[in-house]
Design a protein around this ligand. Sequence first.
Ligand code: HEC
Length: 157
Amino acid sequence: MKSGERTPFARLDRTRSEKTRTMKDRCLNRVDALLCTMAISISALLPLQAGHAQTPPRSAGTIAWAQCSACHALKAGAPNKVGPNLFGIFGKPAGKVINYNYSPAMKAANIVWNDKMLDLWLTRPSAVIKGNKMAFSGISDAKRRKVLIEYIKHSGK
Ligand code: HEC
């Protein structure tokens, strides 16, 4: 009899081994899927960590800056948007960017943009200069504000 194929036992055996194989295959597929997911997550995280290690204020700053970029440019010579171009704003008095139409409140404000003032401003603009027209409620996360201030400080350098 050739490889016992026609005996009921042999058929049973084959069925069993097919079942086992299928389960094993499924397991392997699952492991593959898991490994794939892990590999993808790791590869997604690696560039972030690498970027972080090299230039901490910038990479986190870029992310934080996304909240401002809709209304502000941060490049030398870039046009004003809804808000003034903030290039080089650090250390300057408020309301002095040329060709920008400030609110009367902002024009009259007698403040200089240092760490402390920017931190207060970014916490709650309306609390620093009443009647200003920056439509932004503020950032409650102190760490995020700090990152953002560093980013503005180092812009263009
Ligand atoms: C919805 C638009 C908008 C967003 C978003 C916004 N700003 Fe403004 N910002 C303005 C406007 C408008 C002014 C001018 C306010 C005025 O004249 O009263 C301003 C003014 C400023 C000033 C004062 C500039 C000067 O010349 O004295 C700073 C600093 C500033 N914004 C920083 C930021 C930062 C940092 C962010 C991101 C967290 C941000 N703004 C988000 C619209 C915006």
